[in-house]
Design a protein around this ligand. Structure first.
Ligand code: NAX
Length: 328
């Protein structure tokens, strides 16, 4: 067995973490030969319930799980971390303005970014799940100046999977036969799910679907609003599917994407496709050798251009807001 990989999960007694931790321990993320040390971070008020989650993890008697530490101290949580999954965040509560939300989360992600900077392993990979995910990742990145910017990412893989699922349903094709879907921009309802490069059984998705009204009036809004639809139906936000997206994201980043396909990750823009450099924006990416690469040279039509620009404008606005608040 190899040296254990230290995986830090924040918000570890929350509902997404409950869908995440047992699968990480079972090897779904890092594979059947990677031994794992789990470091679980919570706020002091939730440490009691986290103790219960840790007991359940123990009771799984997972062969790959070499230790479980729980803490309310970010510095302890990120000590030697190779992988950090930042799920914990402050939810928007009644009467809270968006600026209050950005501010409450700004404080959390400033603290977590600084702790990663001070204590994480040199090969740290960070995935931010807690909303507003892109901007929280941006704040953590700015507060970890010694960590390469390429190590900070945010979750849009759930959106990517939702787009595959809708296209699969529309075309009556198994999800595994759908390739090259892409999510651009912010993990919000301005995100742009792009099927202009997608393939269904190897054929262009737009030809197979051949229905522009479906694309504009059904597919795009369904993917954009799926989180809200789930809250309405379930009375609680997406949890198991978000955990699955987070596992997919980290698994592919660490172990590589499939040949001839790509996935979506929100990463620090290098200016590709006219996306303002430094914003954490979703792109189609491929991964190999533990690194991601933004898929180059895709043709972007006018329809896609305007949708991408609108979502990136929202990210730029969030960036300005947290800059004014002093978080970046
Ligand atoms: P829960 O409220 O069930 O859990 C969040 C947990 O975070 C709580 O246990 C809380 O005590 C903890 N927490 C708060 N501040 C913390 C801090 N400073 N340090 C450590 N832990 C802290 O929410 P859950 O349903 O698990 O969702 C977590 C986050 O994921 C939310 O921000 C949610 O909006 C976001 N989501 C992101 C998605 C994505 O695709 N990027 C989709 C699903 C989800 O909406």
């Amino acid at each position: 067995m190899t040296v254990p990989v230290t995986v830090t999960v924040t918000g570890a007694s929350g509902q997404i973490a409950y869908g995440l931790l047992f699968r990480i321990a079972g090897g779904a993320m890092l594979g059947a030969d990677a031994s794992i040390k789990l470091r679980l971070l919570e706020i002091p008020a939730a440490v009691g319930s986290l103790e219960g989650v840790a007991m359940e993890l123990e009771d799984g008697a997972y062969p790959l799980l070499s230790s479980i530490d729980i803490t309310d101290d970010p510095r302890v949580a990120f000590e030697g971390a190779n992988i950090a999954m930042l799920v914990g965040a402050r939810p928007r509560t009644k009467g809270m303005e968006r600026s209050d939300l950005l501010s409450a989360n700004g404080a959390i992600f400033t603290e977590h970014g600084s702790a990663i900077n001070a204590a994480a392993a040199d090969d740290i990979k960070v995935l931010v799940v807690g909303n507003p995910a892109n901007t929280n990742a941006l704040i953590a990145m700015h507060n970890a100046p010694d960590v390469p910017r390429t190590r900070f990412t945010a979750l849009t893989r759930l959106d990517h999977n939702r787009a595959i699922a809708q296209l699969a349903k529309k075309t009556g094709t198994p999800a595994s036969h759908i390739h090259r879907v892409g999510i651009w921009g912010n993990h919000s309802n301005t995100q742009y799910p792009d099927i202009f490069h997608a393939l269904v059984d190897g054929k262009p998705a737009v030809d197979v679907v051949d229905d522009e009204n479906w694309l504009v009036d059904d597919f795009i809004p369904t993917v954009q609003e799926r989180g809200t639809a789930i809250i309405k139906a379930r009375g609680a936000s997406s949890a198991a599917s978000a955990a699955n997206g987070a596992i997919n994201h980290m698994r592919d980043w660490v172990r590589g994407t499939r040949t001839d396909d790509w996935v979506s990750m929100a990463v620090c823009s290098d200016g590709s496709y006219g996306v303002q450099e430094g914003l954490i924006s979703s792109f189609p990416v491929t991964c190999a050798g533990g690194e991601y690469t933004i898929v180059p040279d895709l043709e972007i039509n006018d329809f896609s251009r305007s949708r991408i620009d609108a979502s990136v404008a929202e990210l730029a606005h969030e960036y300005e807001s947290v800059r004014e608040l002093g978080y970046v």
